[in-house]
Ligand binder design. Structure first.
Ligand code: PLP
Length: 225
């Protein structure tokens, strides 16, 4: 089942890339395993998946103990300051950074282990009060301040579209994130090359790819049904 689901997801990704004139190599699949067992994670790794996404540091640590560095670990859920030390010890990319306070802590813990931590900045494009993330108008200030922290590397932006049955409803939020990325890069507020866009989940990844996603985060379409 997982194998068939994975095939179907990668075929749908390829179709969306073709439709929007993009190369498949520019869109990475992060397999979201928050509801998967360790055996299932090993299965998808055996099937060629390299990038594994977890939304809680504690769960990831537990799974990491048996799976280790057979894959690259992505933190996609909210990060609390008191979990930063553990987070920088295992994650290749933290998608959910949403405050300078968190940047400061990540920088400090990374320095101690001689690491430059790759991060994405989570943006609350929809403005829903239930969502984490910076407001679009806070991004400029955030990027300026982040220049003070040498042990972080901002690779791009991340967002979660509001829940909806119709994937087309996600399109304006994805488009907005792409525009924000382009503005930041044009204004040269960043010493980094912040080109990545982490956007698109099981229900809306095709639209996300059409709008420029470079990283889709997919769980249910791989592990259920
Ligand atoms: C769970 C989760 C996903 C994956 O969602 P699916 O609907 O299972 O594909 C992606 N991103 C974040 C932040 C999540 O928490």
């Amino acid at each position: 089942m997982i194998e068939d689901n994975l095939k179907s997801v990668t075929q749908r990704m390829a179709k969306s890339c073709a439709k929007s004139g993009r190369s498949c190599a520019d869109v990475k699949l992060v397999c979201v395993t928050k509801e998967a067992l360790v055996e299932e994670i090993n299965d998808v790794i055996d099937l060629g998946i390299v990038d594994i996404g977890e939304n809680r540091v504690q769960d990831a640590l537990y799974k990491y103990k048996s799976i280790g560095r057979r894959c690259l670990w992505h933190l996609i859920g909210h990060l609390q300051t008191n979990k930063v030390k553990d987070a920088v010890s295992i994650f290749s990319l933290i998608h959910s950074v949403d405050s300078i306070h968190l940047v400061e802590e990540i920088d400090k813990c990374s320095k101690r282990i001689n690491k430059v931590q790759d991060i994405l900045v989570q943006v609350n494009v929809s403005g829903e009060s239930s969502k984490f993330g910076l407001k679009p108008e806070e991004l400029n200030g955030f990027f300026k301040k982040s220049l003070l922290y040498p042990n972080i590397n901002i690779l791009g932006l991340m967002t979660i579209a509001p829940e909806s049955r119709d994937p087309e409803e996600s399109r304006p939020y994805f488009r907005k994130l792409r525009e924000l990325r382009d503005e930041i890069n044009n204004s040269q507020l960043t010493a980094h090359s912040s080109q990545l866009l982490s956007m698109g989940m099981s229900n809306d990844f095709e639209v996300a790819i059409e709008e420029g996603s470079t990283m889709v985060r997919i769980g249910r379409a791989i592990f259920s049904g």
